[in-house]
Design a protein around this ligand. Structure first.
Ligand code: ADP
Ligand code: MG
Length: 257
């Protein structure tokens, strides 16, 4: 059975997509079978995996509207050695088109069940909002991985997400839990970041992953080459941190219920 994780944080630019594609490539490196689902109409995880979002015949949009199966719509990230259910601007329309449809928040979940046995991990890159698209992600998942920068307002933003996860858990998906908080773009020389990191650990204990992702320019450069940083420059500090994170997740995954 595949472990299905949403990479979510309602803030934009916090490293969700970077985490999704690099974790996927990191997991593939340690021989895990991975599907990335791009739920953001910006299609950054799609492009960052080397797939042209404008040239896709079918995408996650078609899966949500049930005009294609996951098997029909997925593509292969050759560089990252994982599969991608891609997204493009068309997906923005799904938000409205889903409203009158039955099971509108469960459509991704139902579609993913068909390919469950083909993967060890499914990683869902969520848009920066708590929308119907994100809800489809949360209803499909065992857990949520929350990338965050250790900044002053980080904890404040977290409470909305935590409340949403609690509500989805109570009403729609009993298995949903926070898997962990991942500190990203971390710079230990900045005292404030150290302080926020300490606060995070005090509040959330072992829900904070041991792995820390440093701020590293190679991770930011990689998408313009259509590759995750883990593939683009495997020896960079950022790539090594994401591979270590993938290994931490593989260690923790069996204990997740
Ligand atoms: P989100 O998906 O949450 O909007 P992204 O993953 O797109 O965030 O990251 C936002 C920006 O920060 C991108 O330009 C990305 O390349 C850059 N970035 C993400 N993580 C790192 C990192 N660890 N070091 C340096 N730049 C990063
Ligand atoms: Mg993104």
């Amino acid at each position: 059975m595949a472990k299905v994780f949403c990479i979510a944080n309602q803030k934009g630019g916090v490293g969700k997509t970077t985490t999704t594609v690099n974790l996927a490539a990191g997991l593939a490196k340690v021989d895990q079978r991975v599907l990335v689902v791009d739920l953001d109409p910006q299609g950054n995880a799609t492009m960052g995996s080397g797939i042209d979002k404008r040239a896709m015949a079918q995408s996650v949009y078609d899966v949500l509207l049930e005009s294609a199966s996951v098997a029909e719509a997925r593509a292969r990230s050759e560089s990252g050695r994982y599969d991608v259910l891609g997204a493009n601007r068309e997906l923005a329309g799904a938000e409205v088109e889903l409203v009158p449809l039955p099971h509108r928040h469960e459509r991704l979940s139902r579609a993913l069940q068909v390919v469950d046995a083909e993967y060890d991990f499914v990683l869902i890159d969520c848009p920066p909002s708590l929308s119907m698209l994100t809800l489809n992600g949360l209803c499909s998942a065992h857990g949520v991985i929350v990338p965050m920068q250790c900044e002053y307002f980080a904890l404040e933003g977290l409470s909305d997400l935590v409340n949403t996860i609690k509500q989805v858990h109570a009403n729609l998906n009993r298995q949903l839990q926070i898997i962990g908080l991942l500190r990203v773009m971390f710079d230990p020389r900045i005292t404030l970041q150290q302080q926020v990191s300490d606060q995070l650990k005090a509040h959330f204990g072992d829900k904070v992953f041991d792995s820390v992702i440093p701020r590293n320019v190679r991770l930011a450069e990689a998408p313009s080459y259509g590759q995750p940083g883990v593939v683009f420059d495997p020896s960079s500090r950022g790539a090594q941190a994401y591979v270590a994170f993938a290994q931490e997740l593989v260690r923790r995954a069996p204990q997740l219920r």
